[in-house]
Design a binder for this molecule. Structure first.
Ligand SMILES: C[S@@+](CC[C@H](N)C(=O)[O-])C[C@H]1O[C@@H](n2cnc3c(N)ncnc32)[C@H](O)[C@@H]1O
Length: 215
């Protein structure tokens, strides 16, 4: 399978997941993304800070950030279906605070033109990047776009977490593995274990981490 065929298949996989299931029935749905919001509050960002949500899907995090008065949001996903579903919930004036970018985080094209980012948020996305080349490309994108002093929130299945999500294998993480990927230029601000209960009542152990790029 060549890269473009792989990309089309991956887009189809995620578009189908979002088409066949209402947001609140998705296996990763959070009515309120409490822990992400707590960690974002710790960042003390200005309301005009540029916040990039990687693999945002149809996450309620976007609605919550708009409600908190953040005005410069960028949501990415490989699934157009997911982002369109999320955008439909927003009022016309709230849509002006959000830019949506359909692109592959591991083979970026449009994402190469991202502005500099104050906060990068990834919940339940990085663990889908199984190949070394995909991981390297993704962390290089973070490093190329995050401002000095910028923050990165990475939340992924923990080492004792589930081995699959949405029918796909996952690559599980602990804090040190994120630190190794980000390198010495990033300092750990906070790390927290978290057990997420999905809509089917299954527990999903996660590791939540917040890192800051040195000035
Ligand atoms: C488990 S969902 C999590 C969605 C959202 N972050 C949340 O917390 O609700 C994973 C998301 O990553 C997206 N995704 C998977 N691979 C991707 C890639 N290579 N580039 C961009 N998005 C991707 C999927 O379409 C999906 O929306």
């Amino acid at each position: 399978m060549d890269t473009s065929e792989g990309l089309v298949n991956l887009q189809k996989h995620w578009d189908t997941a979002y088409k066949k299931c209402p947001t609140e029935k998705l296996g990763w749905f959070e009515e309120v993304p409490t822990l992400s919001l707590e960690l974002i509050a710790d960042c003390n960002l200005k309301s005009k800070a540029t916040i990039f949500v990687a693999g945002a899907g149809s996450s309620t995090l976007i609605d919550a950030l708009i409600a908190l008065n953040y005005t410069t949001l960028i949501a990415n996903d490989i699934s157009r279906e997911a982002l369109e579903g999320m955008e439909k919930r927003l009022s016309e004036s709230d849509k002006k605070k959000l830019t949506c970018i359909v692109d592959d985080l591991t083979a970026p094209k449009v994402l190469n033109d991202l502005p500099n980012i104050d906060l990068w948020v990834d919940r339940a996305v990085v663990h889908f990047f199984l190949k070394e080349s995909e991981q390297e490309s993704y962390f290089n994108l973070i490093k190329s776009k995050l401002k000095k002093g910028g923050l990165v929130l990475l939340a992924a299945f923990a080492l004792d977490g589930a081995k699959k999500c949405c029918g796909l294998e996952v690559f599980r993480y602990n804090t040190q593995m994120f630190q190794d990927r980000l390198g010495d230029d990033f300092e750990l601000v906070k790390a927290q274990d978290h057990t997420y209960m999905n809509p089917f009542g299954d527990s999903r152990p996660y590791i939540y981490t917040l890192f800051q790029r040195k000035e």
